[in-house]
Design a protein around this ligand. Structure first.
Ligand code: BES
Ligand code: ZN
Ligand code: ZN
Length: 506
């Protein structure tokens, strides 16, 4: 979708549909003044609908009116109660509007900016949120489909008299946001590709292609190189598949003078069958999304390089396919990882932490990052704990968490900190090796994962983000997730971590 600013007033502009937001109203509230012109354009039908109480301004409420002169439509989308309304409400409203127009012959839409702005979301935040909602809400994964649902192709955000003076500031905010959005859509596109195409080598080739496009250095470690490097975790998990494991490293040099380095590490399991500890059928169906962390890392590096963020950014992907071939690793195996620590494999379905052990230790040792942020669809326990919309963060550094939580709040990607203690550290100690990847008690599964990963982090600040819930949307969770998350990969983490990188000092 093309998104641009337009100085003109919405009604005068030539778009198929003018979209305006309205806040939840009290019964006797008159039609808001700024909708007067739309109402006139519809021969007073808008005012009539308002008077009848058809338009209440409730969240996700959509009312469409046709102009009798045939020159387009007006779509009124409810924003919900005024109190506490923020950018997330606008993001959802914009997505609701474009989704409502899917398959309805609307090619161009114009959002009336002034009708969305509120105390909780000033004009710049509103512009970013409208762009997010429109572009992410309209997204379709078309690679394998011969037809599209025929959605909105072009959106303008219309400043009108109220906001014309802010044009240049709003324009640069929008330009920046459009780069972030491109990165999210790119992440969705690759994460949605199924495992019969998206193998570890496919992800590596995608990274190489992206690196060329961005002018970013990319290194791929194949199975021979991984053996030389003693990456026993990646080799163990990848052993059961005909598609061998890869570790991929992307290096964006940074545009700032601070010399700070941020490493971003992603779990790239192209398919998670569970391995010998095989998953039951229904639990396996969505497991092509188990590479969502690695795909997010590609999106983050893409956004970082195209927006020229200040810190150096190192992206590391831990890619393997978890299958049951003759070379598969088994429960009881003990493997030695890149930093020399050994893992006792108790359950081959806890494979994410096993591949991440090598990638994390490599990133920490080779690049000595000031901050290491790791993204993974690590545990079902995360989904149980926080649901389908919220990711968990576990970290050794309060300042890093504060920054990530601020970026989360600014972008509307929910994040919640979870507490790691010696209780969890003791749980993952092994009798026969250094750590075990599963225990006999199913408590705090999310934190068992974090306690395990801690062995391969550091010594600098690190944050483990378990996004098993929000990384993808399934048919059953769809109606509970925000309208800008379509079925399939969500690209979760890209907006938040890019914001975090943009907020770093020069
Ligand atoms: N990829 C899964 C976690 C997952 C589950 C992601 C559901 C998205 C939705 C992970 O590899 C896994 O299977 N974890 C196990 C760990 C357990 C065996 C310790 C789990 O959570 O059950
Ligand atoms: Zn698994
Ligand atoms: Zn997994």
């Amino acid at each position: 979708m093309k998104i641009a600013l337009d100085r003109r007033e919405a009604v005068a502009a030539s778009v198929d549909v003018v979209v305006a937001g309205v806040a939840e109203r009290a019964e006797k509230d008159p039609l808001p003044r700024r909708l007067q012109r739309e109402s006139e354009a519809c021969n007073g039908l808008l005012a009539a609908a308002w008077q009848r109480g058809e338009i209440k301004g409730k969240r996700a409420e959509v009312t469409v009116l046709h102009r009798p002169d045939g020159r387009g439509r007006v779509l009124i989308v409810g924003l919900g109660p005024v109190a506490g309304r923020d950018a997330e409400g606008i993001r959802r409203a914009a997505a609701t509007a474009v989704r409502a127009l899917k398959g309805k012959g609307a090619r161009t839409v114009g959002f009336k900016l002034a009708s969305f702005v509120s105390d909780g979301a000033r004009s710049e935040a509103a512009v970013r949120a409208i762009a997010d909602g429109a572009a992410l809400g309209a997204y379709e994964f078309l690679k394998y489909r011969s037809t599209s649902d025929g959605g909105v192709e072009e959106a303008t955000i219309q400043l009108g008299e109220e906001h014309q003076r802010e044009e240049s500031g709003l324009r640069s905010a929008l330009d920046q946001q459009l780069e972030v959005i491109e990165a999210v859509l790119y992440t969705r596109d690759i994460a949605n590709v199924p495992a019969n195409t998206a193998t570890p080598q496919w992800l590596a080739e995608e990274a190489l292609r992206l690196g060329k496009e961005l002018g970013v250095k990319v290194t791929v470690f194949d199975e021979a190189k991984l053996a030389e490097m003693h990456c026993g975790g990646l080799l163990a998990v990848g052993g059961g598949s005909d598609h061998p494991p890869r570790m991929v490293v992307l290096e964006y040099p940074g545009a700032g003078r601070s010399g700070k380095t941020v490493a971003v590490v992603g779990k790239g399991i192209t398919f998670d069958s569970g391995g010998i500890s095989i998953k039951p059928g229904p639990m396996m169906a969505d497991m092509k999304f188990d590479k969502s962390g690695a795909c997010a890392v590609l999106g983050i590096v893409r956004a970082a390089a195209s927006l020229k963020v200040a810190p150096r950014v190192i992206g590391v992907l831990a890619c393997a396919e978890n299958l049951l071939g003759g070379g598969a690793y088994r429960p009881g195996d003990i493997v030695r990882t890149y930093n020399g620590k050994t893992i006792e494999v108790r359950n081959t379905d806890a494979e994410g932490r096993v591949v991440l052990s090598d990638a994390l230790a490599y990133a920490a040792e080779k690049y000595k990052p000031d901050a290491l942020v790791e993204l993974s669809t690590l545990t079902g326990a995360e989904v149980i704990a926080l649901g389908d919309d919220t990711a968990a963060v576990v970290s050794n550094d309060d300042a890093l968490v504060t920054r990530l939580l601020a970026a989360s709040a600014a972008t509307g990607e929910p994040l919640w900190r979870m507490p790691l203690s010696d209780y969890h550290r003791d749980l993952v100690k092994s009798d026969v090796g250094d750590v075990r990847n599963n225990t006999e008690i199913t408590v705090a599964g999310l934190l068992q994962g974090a306690a395990f990963l801690e062995n391969f982090m550091g010594p600098g600040a690190w944050a483990h983000i378990d996004m098993a819930g929000p990384a993808y949307t399934s048919m059953t969770t769809r109606k509970y997730q925000p309208p800008y998350q379509c079925i399939g990969a969500t690209g979760f983490g890209v907006r938040m971590v890019t914001r975090y990188l943009l907020d770093q000092a020069k």
